[in-house]
Ligand binder design. Structure first.
Ligand SMILES: [Zn+2]
Length: 540
């Protein structure tokens, strides 16, 4: 037997949740050729993995990098993802995708995606097929499986019109969704908390997802609200429960897998609803609803500065934040929301501002800026919207916990239906979301090794085999002969993240090798940013 590449004497985790076995893994071309005792085999290159774990490359279940992948320099920008062991991105989440582009949305889509990248895109594509072919022809630093976004489809049919969609309009959106699936999209995402997804009612959701049924393709959903307050009234459900029901309704209508995106509990008053929400999810699973969810291992996530504004102020946020009449209204709304939800301006940290002369705000919280200016937090927040604009990115640090209290987050991460995701907006500029650097090593180091939240094989399953199965990626996510050679080799005793809120851009420890489609792209922690070993993963 001979191989191009042979990883010898590893503890092999196959991605199914099974305990590790001592074995070697032989690679030929882009495939795993053999797993077992291969001591007699010949190999062009042998790598001794004694004392190391070997697992399928990690799958980032929820990425927004489809806005960065068309850029020639994306290998440098996305390097922190590969450095944490990620070999495949599931992109196109939260309803917002760069394709399909048609004349009626060719101005709207770039505006919707503006938050998700910094460098200009050339938009040299129209349909999903053209977009994916362009990624392949330009070369990809890692694999990309692409969802098509409902927000992009809605804007293609209705432009900026926020009215209810007619039957004919819903049918037209479904036709575009079907075409995107035919051209290689693996499923469809919604962003029901953002414009224009927020304007869709259930009829529209069930109509636009109908083509998924013909292909048994996945539906993923950013829910209408994650501000999930437990009122004490058993008949009033926290919004995370009603949101799960809305996601489940799509499964019930079409019998397709559904994925609830980034399950978080925003603000301190919502954390107590965690148990009831997870019990509700269990009940749905017991009732044969094919549902799972994803989460990141941090008590904060990245979003836009205007996320706290009411819907009427979202369009023209800058004007509303500056105009005295709407401003008074906004101050009182924001102050009552903060106290009801249990948020503090200390929790809102500026990550990136479009105007580079104001970059000294990056890394600071709204509360810190308020202290500097001698203004209230709420006044300062509105001043910042008026000054910096709605594209400003923030971290919000009260998701399912705070630094010293993460009971809710741990329950979410420990759940057997939780896939690991970064949900990061990584553009190469500004202050970073630590999830860009530390997500997967943090789960394996802090939550598996140090806190014992789950066993190592189970954590790996929810980073690889389970994620691939959910997304219909049949030849990824496991270590077995015939499957794609996406591989990560790490030290289970030292793997971990070094990120903190103040110092988020720290590379992880303990990752020795990453191979993508049989090609080693990372050795001893260093990623070859010019490698182009990735490819688009189309549904087949
Ligand atoms: Zn989202």
């Amino acid at each position: 037997m001979s191989f191009d590449l042979l990883f010898e004497n590893a503890r092999v985790f196959d991605g199914t949740g099974a305990e590790a076995i001592p074995a070697s893994v032989g690679i030929r071309g882009d495939r795993i050729a053999a797993v077992g005792d291969l001591s007699d085999a010949e190999a062009a290159r042998r790598i001794d993995c004694h004392g190391r774990a070997l697992a399928p490359g990690f799958i980032d279940m929820h990425s927004h990098a489809d806005w960065v992948l068309p850029q020639p320099g994306h290998g440098r920008i996305l390097a922190p993802l590969v450095e944490q062991g990620i070999t495949t991105l599931v992109s196109g989440n939260c309803g917002c995708t760069p394709a399909p582009l048609v004349p009626s949305n060719e101005r709207i889509v770039p505006a919707l995606g503006r938050l998700l990248h910094d460098e200009a895109l050339d938009y040299a594509w129209s349909g999903m097929g053209e977009y994916l072919s362009l990624l392949d022809s330009r070369g990809l630093a890692l694999n990309n499986a692409q969802l098509v976004g409902h927000g992009t489809l809605r804007s293609a049919i209705k432009g900026n019109d926020s009215s209810e969609a007619s039957e004919a309009e819903i049918a037209a959106m479904a036709d575009l969704a079907r075409a995107a699936l035919d051209e290689g999209a693996i499923g469809l995402s919604t962003g029901l908390g953002y414009a224009p997804g927020i304007f869709a009612n259930l009829d529209e959701l069930l109509g636009v997802t109908r083509p998924l049924r013909e292909r048994d393709a996945i539906y993923t959903s950013h829910a209408r609200s994650y501000v999930s307050i437990e009122t004490g009234n058993p008949d009033l459900f926290p919004t995370n429960i009603t949101a799960l029901d809305e996601t489940a309704a799509v499964h019930r209508a079409h019998d397709i897998p559904v994925q609830h995106s980034h399950l978080i509990f925003v603000g301190e008053s919502t954390w107590p609803s965690t148990d009831r929400t997870l019990e509700h999810l269990d009940a749905l699973v017991d009732d044969s609803v094919d549902i799972a969810f994803d989460a990141f291992p941090y008590v904060g996530g990245n979003t836009t500065l205007i996320v706290f504004l009411p819907p009427w102020a979202l369009n023209d946020a800058r004007m509303h934040a500056g105009n005295p009449e709407s401003r008074d209204k906004l101050v009182s709304i924001l102050e009552s929301v903060q106290s009801v939800v249990g948020m503090d301006w200390q929790d809102t940290q500026i990550l990136w501002v479009p105007d580079r002369t104001l970059s000294h705000y990056e890394g600071l919280s709204v509360a810190e800026i308020a202290r500097e200016r001698g203004r209230s937090g709420t006044e300062t927040y509105l001043d910042l919207i008026a000054e910096l604009g709605p594209e400003t990115r923030i971290m919000n640090w009260n998701y399912s916990g705070r630094d010293d209290e993460e009971t809710s987050l741990r329950k979410v991460l420990a759940h057997s239906r939780c896939c690991v995701e970064t949900d990061t907006i990584l553009t190469g500029n500004g202050f970073d979301n630590p999830a860009s650097y530390g997500t997967f090593p943090r789960v394996l180091g802090r939550y598996v090794r140090e806190l014992g939240l789950m066993k190592l094989p189970e954590a790996i399953r929810r980073m690889t085999g389970f994620s691939a199965e959910r997304m219909g990626l049949r030849d990824r996510g496991r270590i077995a002969p015939g499957l794609a050679a996406d591989i990560v080799v790490f030290d289970p005793g030292t793997i971990g993240d070094r990120t903190t809120r103040r110092s988020p851009s720290e590379s992880p420890t303990g990752i020795d090798f990453v191979a993508i489609n049989g090609q080693i792209v990372l050795e001893k922690g260093r990623f070859d940013i010019d490698s182009r070993a990735g490819r688009t993963l189309r549904r087949h």
